[in-house]
Ligand binder design. Structure first.
Ligand SMILES: Cc1ncc(COP(=O)(O)O)c(C=O)c1O
Length: 407
């Protein structure tokens, strides 16, 4: 049975020979101590590695350039909307992909140029569409009514909007059902049976410039064949669209690539990198002559972040030992929301090991970070890190129980 907190001595997040976790050159425990001195709200906090963000982006970019593909790499802001992170990604050449008007405002504040931004959403409201159209943002239309709403705003503003049709290809991404967005039962996208109606609306509208097709079939996808199947379906739609006389520019295949959250304890689970994903679809994209749009979130930012927390106390009942920490479901909601796994490790040396359920102080039985895992034995006040917390943690955080929201 592997010990949960087994350290890694190499990489951006690495453990020193004397047992302290480092993020790049910073000892995490020192940062935790400094924060604690500065504020009574100094724990828990998120800590990110700029170097890891760069490595994750380069994995995509190097493959895209190697295959000589025209592309737009649009980071999905919903994964983590930290302004500093957005600016780092902008400097690395990414654009941004948005799911709300407020995300669009933030992307503008971060300095992204708006004509390469992409706006998604199955229930866009009037003001959000107005903001996107005003700033020439590309819009993925999610339904027939969405096309009507976007068209009506563009007409009122006297603008021509660049529109992509978000298709629902009914493909099983082999993930938790909450994360499957391209299957027939999902609320997202236009079914193939409505494609002709959608083309009829977009084609006859002087305020719409139909520039592409889009799909995003899910998140945490680990099977590369799923992406190839998606691209094949999209190219089949593109042939149909061409047959109707449209000449599209973009093929947007969304995001969705998973990461190996269990890599610390299960080394042989092979999950493709961004570069390997590109390698697997490059031939088909090249043949189409279309510009590829990608919308990755998790695969860019998850591995670059940790939640740094502290042990409040340890309690035992007849069946379990509970490690009660100051981090909780209000910072890392994924375990409670979809039974997701996050690796947990101590950030400082201790001796011995024992099995614990790691729980937070929130008044909910669902408030757990890990169930019955083996950890080095911590002391009260001991620091620990919840790994791979860069995506869908800070951006999903709340102040439930009137906790201070950690972002
Ligand atoms: C439309 C859209 N694009 C991109 C993403 C990013 O997905 P991921 O973080 O899995 O790469 C999402 C998230 O589910 C999404 O809904």
């Amino acid at each position: 049975m592997p010990v949960h907190g087994r350290p890694s001595f190499t990489g951006v997040f690495h453990t020193s020979p004397d047992g302290y976790l480092f993020c790049e050159d910073l000892q995490v425990k020192t940062v935790q101590d400094e924060f604690a001195k500065a504020s009574e709200y100094g724990s828990p906090f998120f800590m990110y590695s700029k170097r890891q963000i760069g490595d994750n982006v380069r994995s995509y970019v190097e493959a895209l350039q190697r295959h000589d593909l025209p592309y737009i790499l649009g980071y999905a802001v919903k994964a983590n909307n930290n302004l500093t992170i957005l600016r780092i990604l902008r400097d690395l050449g990414c654009t941004a992909v948005l799911v709300s008007g407020n995300e669009l405002k933030l992307a503008m504040l971060a300095g992204f140029s708006t004509d390469k931004l992409v706006f998604n959403g199955n229930g866009k409201t009037q003001w959000e569409i107005e903001l996107a159209v005003t700033h020439d943002v590309m819009i993925n239309a999610d339904s027939l009514f969405d096309i009507d709403h976007i068209s009506s705003v563009a007409r009122q503003l006297g603008k021509k909007v660049k529109m992509l049709l978000r298709m629902n290809p009914d493909i099983d991404p082999e993930v938790h059902r909450y994360l499957a967005t391209g299957s027939a039962v999902s609320k997202f996208g236009i079914p193939e049976t409505d494609l002709d109606t959608a083309l009829g609306k977009a084609g006859s509208d002087d305020n719409i410039d139909l520039v592409g097709l889009h799909c995003h079939i899910g998140s945490t996808i680990t099977n590369i064949d799923v992406f190839r199947a998606t691209v094949s379906a999209m190219l089949r739609y593109n042939n149909h669209v061409q047959g109707r006389g449209f000449r599209l520019k973009y093929l947007n295949v969304g995001g969705g690539l998973g990461i190996n959250y269990r890599k610390y304890i299960q080394v042989c689970m092979c999950i493709p990198s961004g570069g390997e994903l590109i390698d697997s679809i490059a031939d088909k994209i090249k043949e189409s002559g279309l510009c590829l749009i990608l919308e990755p979130g998790r695969s860019i930012i998850a591995s670059a972040g940790i939640l740094v927390s502290k042990v409040i106390g340890i309690k035992r009942n007849e069946t379990r030992s509970f490690l009660v920490i100051d981090g909780s479901m209000t910072e890392v909601m994924r375990p409670c929301l979809y039974g997701a796994y996050h690796h947990i490790q101590l950030i400082e040396p201790t001796s011995g090991t024992r099995r614990y359920s790691v729980v937070g102080p929130v008044c909910e039985c669902g408030d757990y970070l890990a169930e019955d895992i083996e950890l080095p034995i911590p002391h009260e006040g001991c620091g620990l890190a919840i790994r791979d917390a860069g995506a869908y943690c800070a951006s999903m955080s709340s102040n439930y129980n009137m906790r201070v929201r950690t972002i």
